[in-house]
Design a protein around this ligand. Sequence first.
Ligand code: FE2
Ligand code: FE2
Length: 297
Amino acid sequence: MSYGMHPDATAVIAHLSDTHLLAGGALLGGQVDTTAHLRETAARLRVAAADADVLVVSGDVADLGEPDAYRVARDLLVPVADGLGIPIVWTAGNHDERPAMRQALALPGESLAPIDSVIEVNGLRLVALDSSLPGWHHGGFDEGQAAWLAGVLADAPPLGSVLVMHHPPLPYRTRLMRLLEFRDEQRLAEVLDGADVRAILSGHLHINGSGTFAEIPVILAGATSYADDLAGPPPAMHGIDATQSFNLIEVYADAIAHSVVPALPSPSRETVPAELAESVAALSPAERLDRFSRKPA
Ligand SMILES: [Fe+2]
Ligand SMILES: [Fe+2]
Protein backbone atom coordinates (compact mmCIF):
# COMPACT_ATOMS: atom_id res chain seq x y z
CA MET A 1 0.00 0.00 0.00
CA SER A 2 1.54 3.31 -1.11
CA TYR A 3 1.93 5.83 1.71
CA GLY A 4 4.94 7.80 0.50
CA MET A 5 7.98 7.84 -1.73
CA HIS A 6 9.42 4.55 -0.45
CA PRO A 7 7.91 1.09 -0.72
CA ASP A 8 7.95 -1.16 2.34
CA ALA A 9 11.47 -2.27 3.29
CA THR A 10 12.91 -5.23 1.45
CA ALA A 11 14.29 -6.77 4.64
CA VAL A 12 13.65 -5.88 8.29
CA ILE A 13 15.97 -6.85 11.15
CA ALA A 14 14.86 -6.81 14.78
CA HIS A 15 18.04 -6.30 16.82
CA LEU A 16 18.38 -6.61 20.57
CA SER A 17 21.44 -6.90 22.74
CA ASP A 18 22.89 -7.33 26.21
CA THR A 19 20.11 -9.19 27.97
CA HIS A 20 22.52 -10.11 30.85
CA LEU A 21 20.36 -12.92 32.20
CA LEU A 22 21.15 -14.70 35.46
CA ALA A 23 20.27 -18.22 36.62
CA GLY A 24 17.11 -18.53 38.67
CA GLY A 25 15.96 -15.05 37.71
CA ALA A 26 18.48 -13.48 40.11
CA LEU A 27 18.61 -9.69 40.09
CA LEU A 28 21.62 -8.15 38.39
CA GLY A 29 23.61 -6.25 40.98
CA GLY A 30 20.83 -7.16 43.41
CA GLN A 31 18.60 -4.59 41.67
CA VAL A 32 17.79 -5.15 38.01
CA ASP A 33 15.32 -7.86 36.99
CA THR A 34 16.84 -8.67 33.61
CA THR A 35 14.57 -11.71 33.15
CA ALA A 36 11.43 -9.60 33.61
CA HIS A 37 12.87 -7.01 31.25
CA LEU A 38 13.43 -9.61 28.54
CA ARG A 39 9.91 -10.94 29.09
CA GLU A 40 8.54 -7.42 28.47
CA THR A 41 10.86 -7.00 25.50
CA ALA A 42 9.62 -10.25 23.99
CA ALA A 43 6.00 -9.09 24.28
CA ARG A 44 6.81 -5.78 22.61
CA LEU A 45 8.85 -7.48 19.88
CA ARG A 46 5.78 -9.44 18.84
CA VAL A 47 4.10 -6.12 17.97
CA ALA A 48 6.98 -3.92 16.82
CA ALA A 49 8.73 -6.62 14.83
CA ALA A 50 5.64 -8.14 13.23
CA ASP A 51 7.16 -7.58 9.76
CA ALA A 52 10.72 -8.59 10.70
CA ASP A 53 12.60 -11.14 8.62
CA VAL A 54 15.18 -12.05 11.27
CA LEU A 55 15.85 -11.52 14.97
CA VAL A 56 19.44 -10.64 15.89
CA VAL A 57 20.75 -11.02 19.45
CA SER A 58 24.19 -9.43 19.62
CA GLY A 59 25.70 -10.90 22.75
CA ASP A 60 26.03 -10.66 26.52
CA VAL A 61 23.01 -12.96 26.51
CA ALA A 62 24.03 -14.22 29.97
CA ASP A 63 25.77 -12.14 32.59
CA LEU A 64 27.82 -15.00 34.07
CA GLY A 65 27.59 -17.59 31.28
CA GLU A 66 25.29 -19.86 33.31
CA PRO A 67 23.47 -22.62 31.37
CA ASP A 68 20.16 -21.73 33.04
CA ALA A 69 20.44 -18.13 31.83
CA TYR A 70 20.69 -19.32 28.21
CA ARG A 71 17.68 -21.54 28.72
CA VAL A 72 15.72 -18.46 29.86
CA ALA A 73 16.81 -16.59 26.73
CA ARG A 74 15.76 -19.54 24.59
CA ASP A 75 12.39 -19.94 26.33
CA LEU A 76 11.56 -16.24 25.98
CA LEU A 77 12.84 -15.50 22.48
CA VAL A 78 12.43 -18.71 20.45
CA PRO A 79 8.60 -18.60 20.76
CA VAL A 80 8.65 -15.01 19.51
CA ALA A 81 10.75 -15.92 16.48
CA ASP A 82 8.70 -19.05 15.82
CA GLY A 83 5.49 -17.02 16.07
CA LEU A 84 6.83 -14.57 13.51
CA GLY A 85 8.23 -17.40 11.39
CA ILE A 86 11.77 -15.96 11.42
CA PRO A 87 15.24 -17.24 12.40
CA ILE A 88 17.36 -15.97 15.31
CA VAL A 89 21.00 -14.99 14.85
CA TRP A 90 22.80 -15.44 18.20
CA THR A 91 26.16 -13.75 18.72
CA ALA A 92 28.43 -14.16 21.74
CA GLY A 93 29.58 -11.26 23.91
CA ASN A 94 32.29 -10.89 26.52
CA HIS A 95 29.96 -12.05 29.32
CA ASP A 96 29.03 -15.21 27.43
CA GLU A 97 30.64 -18.64 27.72
CA ARG A 98 30.70 -20.48 24.41
CA PRO A 99 30.11 -24.09 25.61
CA ALA A 100 27.06 -23.24 27.73
CA MET A 101 25.64 -20.86 25.12
CA ARG A 102 26.16 -23.32 22.30
CA GLN A 103 24.57 -26.21 24.19
CA ALA A 104 21.47 -24.39 25.51
CA LEU A 105 20.74 -22.65 22.22
CA ALA A 106 21.55 -25.71 20.06
CA LEU A 107 24.14 -23.80 18.03
CA PRO A 108 26.38 -25.85 15.70
CA GLY A 109 30.14 -26.18 15.97
CA GLU A 110 32.73 -27.38 18.43
CA SER A 111 32.16 -26.45 22.05
CA LEU A 112 34.92 -23.83 22.42
CA ALA A 113 34.99 -22.56 18.83
CA PRO A 114 33.89 -19.00 17.99
CA ILE A 115 30.12 -18.76 17.49
CA ASP A 116 30.26 -17.49 13.91
CA SER A 117 27.36 -17.98 11.50
CA VAL A 118 25.88 -16.85 8.22
CA ILE A 119 22.34 -16.87 6.87
CA GLU A 120 20.48 -15.13 4.05
CA VAL A 121 16.97 -13.64 4.29
CA ASN A 122 15.17 -11.87 1.46
CA GLY A 123 18.41 -11.33 -0.43
CA LEU A 124 20.21 -9.93 2.62
CA ARG A 125 23.11 -11.85 4.16
CA LEU A 126 23.62 -11.70 7.92
CA VAL A 127 27.06 -12.63 9.14
CA ALA A 128 27.62 -13.11 12.87
CA LEU A 129 31.26 -12.68 13.88
CA ASP A 130 32.14 -13.80 17.40
CA SER A 131 34.22 -10.91 18.78
CA SER A 132 34.51 -12.40 22.26
CA LEU A 133 37.92 -13.60 23.46
CA PRO A 134 37.66 -16.36 26.09
CA GLY A 135 39.04 -15.11 29.38
CA TRP A 136 38.83 -11.43 28.44
CA HIS A 137 36.27 -8.67 28.28
CA HIS A 138 37.84 -6.78 25.38
CA GLY A 139 37.13 -7.99 21.86
CA GLY A 140 38.95 -9.26 18.80
CA PHE A 141 39.01 -12.10 16.29
CA ASP A 142 41.62 -14.50 14.99
CA GLU A 143 43.16 -15.30 11.62
CA GLY A 144 40.95 -18.33 11.17
CA GLN A 145 37.85 -16.21 11.60
CA ALA A 146 39.29 -13.60 9.22
CA ALA A 147 39.80 -16.25 6.52
CA TRP A 148 36.27 -17.57 7.11
CA LEU A 149 34.80 -14.05 6.92
CA ALA A 150 36.68 -13.23 3.74
CA GLY A 151 35.34 -16.41 2.15
CA VAL A 152 31.76 -15.65 3.22
CA LEU A 153 31.99 -12.13 1.81
CA ALA A 154 33.64 -13.17 -1.46
CA ASP A 155 30.37 -12.80 -3.35
CA ALA A 156 27.46 -10.46 -2.71
CA PRO A 157 23.75 -11.28 -2.47
CA PRO A 158 21.28 -8.74 -3.95
CA LEU A 159 20.95 -6.65 -0.77
CA GLY A 160 24.56 -7.12 0.34
CA SER A 161 25.62 -8.15 3.84
CA VAL A 162 25.13 -6.97 7.40
CA LEU A 163 27.80 -7.88 9.94
CA VAL A 164 26.81 -8.60 13.54
CA MET A 165 29.51 -8.40 16.23
CA HIS A 166 29.16 -7.74 19.95
CA HIS A 167 32.04 -5.27 20.31
CA PRO A 168 31.48 -2.26 18.03
CA PRO A 169 34.58 -1.28 16.03
CA LEU A 170 34.33 2.33 17.14
CA PRO A 171 36.04 4.72 19.55
CA TYR A 172 34.23 4.40 22.90
CA ARG A 173 33.00 7.38 24.88
CA THR A 174 34.16 6.34 28.35
CA ARG A 175 37.80 5.71 29.18
CA LEU A 176 37.16 2.51 31.09
CA MET A 177 35.16 1.02 28.22
CA ARG A 178 38.06 1.81 25.91
CA LEU A 179 39.89 -0.95 27.75
CA LEU A 180 37.15 -3.29 26.54
CA GLU A 181 37.18 -2.21 22.90
CA PHE A 182 37.52 -4.30 19.76
CA ARG A 183 41.28 -4.58 19.32
CA ASP A 184 41.54 -6.04 15.81
CA GLU A 185 40.24 -3.13 13.77
CA GLN A 186 43.10 -3.27 11.29
CA ARG A 187 42.48 -6.93 10.51
CA LEU A 188 38.75 -6.30 10.17
CA ALA A 189 39.28 -3.32 7.86
CA GLU A 190 41.45 -5.47 5.59
CA VAL A 191 38.77 -8.17 5.36
CA LEU A 192 35.96 -5.68 4.73
CA ASP A 193 37.88 -3.73 2.08
CA GLY A 194 35.93 -4.13 -1.16
CA ALA A 195 33.25 -6.35 0.42
CA ASP A 196 29.59 -5.38 0.22
CA VAL A 197 28.99 -4.94 3.95
CA ARG A 198 26.29 -2.29 4.31
CA ALA A 199 26.05 -2.03 8.10
CA ILE A 200 27.57 -3.41 11.30
CA LEU A 201 25.20 -4.17 14.19
CA SER A 202 26.69 -4.22 17.69
CA GLY A 203 25.90 -3.92 21.39
CA HIS A 204 28.29 -4.01 24.37
CA LEU A 205 28.15 -0.32 25.29
CA HIS A 206 24.58 -0.35 26.68
CA ILE A 207 23.82 2.91 24.89
CA ASN A 208 21.98 3.86 21.74
CA GLY A 209 24.51 5.17 19.29
CA SER A 210 25.98 4.98 15.85
CA GLY A 211 29.18 5.71 14.01
CA THR A 212 31.23 4.55 11.06
CA PHE A 213 33.99 2.00 10.58
CA ALA A 214 35.84 2.05 7.24
CA GLU A 215 32.91 4.18 6.01
CA ILE A 216 30.42 1.46 6.97
CA PRO A 217 27.59 2.52 9.32
CA VAL A 218 27.86 0.97 12.79
CA ILE A 219 24.54 0.83 14.66
CA LEU A 220 24.39 0.04 18.36
CA ALA A 221 21.40 -1.55 20.05
CA GLY A 222 20.88 -0.28 23.56
CA ALA A 223 20.64 -3.06 26.12
CA THR A 224 17.41 -4.67 27.27
CA SER A 225 18.95 -5.16 30.78
CA TYR A 226 20.23 -1.75 31.91
CA ALA A 227 21.68 1.34 30.25
CA ASP A 228 24.97 3.11 30.80
CA ASP A 229 24.25 6.66 32.03
CA LEU A 230 26.84 8.91 30.41
CA ALA A 231 25.68 11.79 32.63
CA GLY A 232 26.69 9.97 35.82
CA PRO A 233 29.63 11.69 37.52
CA PRO A 234 33.04 10.25 36.47
CA PRO A 235 35.26 8.40 37.12
CA ALA A 236 32.63 5.83 38.18
CA MET A 237 30.38 4.21 35.59
CA HIS A 238 26.66 4.36 36.27
CA GLY A 239 24.11 1.81 35.14
CA ILE A 240 20.45 2.82 35.18
CA ASP A 241 17.37 0.61 35.21
CA ALA A 242 15.81 2.80 32.50
CA THR A 243 15.87 3.61 28.76
CA GLN A 244 16.26 -0.06 27.78
CA SER A 245 15.64 -0.49 24.05
CA PHE A 246 15.95 -2.59 20.93
CA ASN A 247 16.34 -1.59 17.28
CA LEU A 248 14.50 -2.16 14.04
CA ILE A 249 16.74 -1.98 10.97
CA GLU A 250 15.01 -1.51 7.63
CA VAL A 251 17.09 -2.46 4.61
CA TYR A 252 16.22 -1.19 1.14
CA ALA A 253 18.16 -1.62 -2.09
CA ASP A 254 19.41 1.96 -1.80
CA ALA A 255 18.99 2.90 1.86
CA ILE A 256 19.12 1.66 5.44
CA ALA A 257 17.04 3.17 8.25
CA HIS A 258 17.02 2.30 11.92
CA SER A 259 14.57 2.98 14.72
CA VAL A 260 15.06 2.70 18.48
CA VAL A 261 12.13 1.04 20.27
CA PRO A 262 11.61 1.27 24.05
CA ALA A 263 12.04 -2.27 25.40
CA LEU A 264 9.78 -1.63 28.38
CA PRO A 265 6.29 -0.12 28.41
CA SER A 266 5.62 3.47 29.51
CA PRO A 267 2.39 5.45 29.99
CA SER A 268 1.14 6.37 26.52
CA ARG A 269 -1.74 8.00 24.68
CA GLU A 270 -2.95 7.67 21.10
CA THR A 271 -1.34 10.61 19.27
CA VAL A 272 -3.15 9.41 16.16
CA PRO A 273 -6.42 7.67 17.05
CA ALA A 274 -7.04 4.27 15.46
CA GLU A 275 -10.19 5.59 13.75
CA LEU A 276 -8.15 8.26 11.94
CA ALA A 277 -5.48 5.75 10.88
CA GLU A 278 -8.18 3.43 9.54
CA SER A 279 -9.92 6.24 7.65
CA VAL A 280 -6.61 7.23 6.01
CA ALA A 281 -6.00 3.64 4.96
CA ALA A 282 -9.31 3.62 3.10
CA LEU A 283 -8.38 6.63 0.90
CA SER A 284 -6.57 6.83 -2.44
CA PRO A 285 -2.86 7.85 -2.35
CA ALA A 286 -3.68 11.45 -3.34
CA GLU A 287 -6.53 11.70 -0.84
CA ARG A 288 -4.29 10.25 1.84
CA LEU A 289 -1.68 12.96 1.34
CA ASP A 290 -4.38 15.63 1.43
CA ARG A 291 -6.04 14.23 4.55
CA PHE A 292 -2.90 13.69 6.62
CA SER A 293 -0.32 16.19 5.36
CA ARG A 294 -2.20 19.35 4.32
CA LYS A 295 -2.23 22.12 6.92
CA PRO A 296 -5.49 23.98 7.46
CA ALA A 297 -5.61 27.17 5.37
FE1 FE2 B 1 26.74 -5.97 28.13
FE1 FE2 C 1 29.73 -6.58 26.41
